[in-house]
Design a protein around this ligand. Sequence first.
Ligand code: NAD
Length: 499
Amino acid sequence: MQELTHFIGGKHVKGTSGRFADVFNPATGEVQAKLPLASVAETDAAVANAAAAQPAWAATNPQRRARVLMEFVRLLNRDMDKLAEALSREHGKTVPDARGDVQRGLEVVEFCIGAPHLLKGEYTDSAGPGIDMYSMRQALGVVAGITPFNFPAMIPMWKFAPAIACGNAFILKPSERDPSVPLMLAELMLEAGLPEGILNVVNGDKEAVDAILDNGTVQAVGFVGSTPIAQYIYARGCANGKRVQCFGGAKNHMIVMPDADMDQAADALIGAGYGAAGERCMAISVAVPVGDQTADALIEKLVPRIEKLKIAPYTGGEDVDYGPLVTAEAKSRVLGLIESGIEQGAELVIDNRDFSLQGYEDGFFVGPHLFDRVTREMDIYKQEIFGPVLSTVRAENYEDALAHAMDHEYGNGTAIFTRDGDTARDFANRINIGMVGINVPIPVPLAYHTFGGWKKSGFGDLNQHGPDAFRFYTRTKTVTSRWPSGLKEGGEFHFKQMD
Ligand code: NAD
């Protein structure tokens, strides 16, 4: 059995806590590796190591820092297939989807190559007689990222690339479900020229997370994962005086207006609802057709498309639509929610509860499901399912559809499908959700914009990647300087107004 490691101070380090987690191959259900879970002492040692390395990195000219990221991009492209295969093996997503996971992280790294420009401060010449004022963005020191299982390449890169470009040292605590790719990324950063100790991977569970949150050296924590953990980390990190941003769960609604192109809407729902087995925070899990006629037409288009989906392990070819869920618990949770939907009165239009894949009976596969006539009170509507289950909520009119999305506690993403510009514009302006698609089902912003949800999908003031990341990972210092000839004339004791 392979025993994985931590990556601290530029080296693979064996775990010493004696605690381990199993890493599965979700397609077969087999344990393929043991992951050490760091103790408080191991986590603190990694932070101390990072703190020792950080000042020299912060003092390195930002263009040289950016060159490391430039080389890292080349190495990511060189190793793309290897990374995608390792990712699929532990996560279960298809190989093209795994490449997309790496690619969307890589694009944020590319954006961060512009760090020298983004880190330039502000300057006011002659703010007063002989007085100049300037602001600079300085690195925070040691910062940490705690990331989820569903994008084991992209989200670590969203966190560490801007943090490191800004001159910080980084502690990454990836998901214990699929830790191999984060370790490979740390190796590649070292190969790209990053000094030892600037990017560290500490594998672990709640004990390592709490150690990060309570460590006085760690200045900032970025988290992505489920909402209850996001709230916990936000509260504990803030109470300890850290800068914290936490991105949580989602329940993304797609409103389908009667004038929408129904084929386009159905195609969009298939990819956004069932892609990656629904294990995406930007998955569309609720379709909201407006009017019964629209609902009937949409369901009629969806059913044959869902029946054609190919569910298989990532080794099943490039035409696999989605693979297994990540763990046996995830599978039984999703199947339990499907049962609750039936008990609570939703109509199960496509029922694959008995789905099984020959040769992979022990894998964590769940067939696609489609519910109709879902209502607000049902658990399948209230909770994030994170599986291949699409719920249809029939709205009476546009205002009713809008109210469903607005009243839901999550506010990550949403979409509207319509041919009417006025409706689309009204929707984009009024909706209380962070990322909006107009005839686009998964409106994930590109690297140079920012990514973040509202309501219970996001905690903190700034979004991830784009310009916000450079604000999050730096502190502003403003210097007022005077080089007058008259200082020797004596000090001033009143608050001086600028002339
Ligand atoms: P999770 O909350 O279980 O785990 C996320 C991280 O928190 C992991 O590193 C895990 O080790 C750690 N963790 C888990 N339990 C903890 C505890 N009790 N105390 C301290 N740390 C703990 O999430 P997950 O299952 O890995 O990921 C899926 C969730 O992430 C979904 O809810 C999804 O919507 C969300 N997500 C959100 C975004 C976003 O940007 N909003 C992006 C991707 C995923």
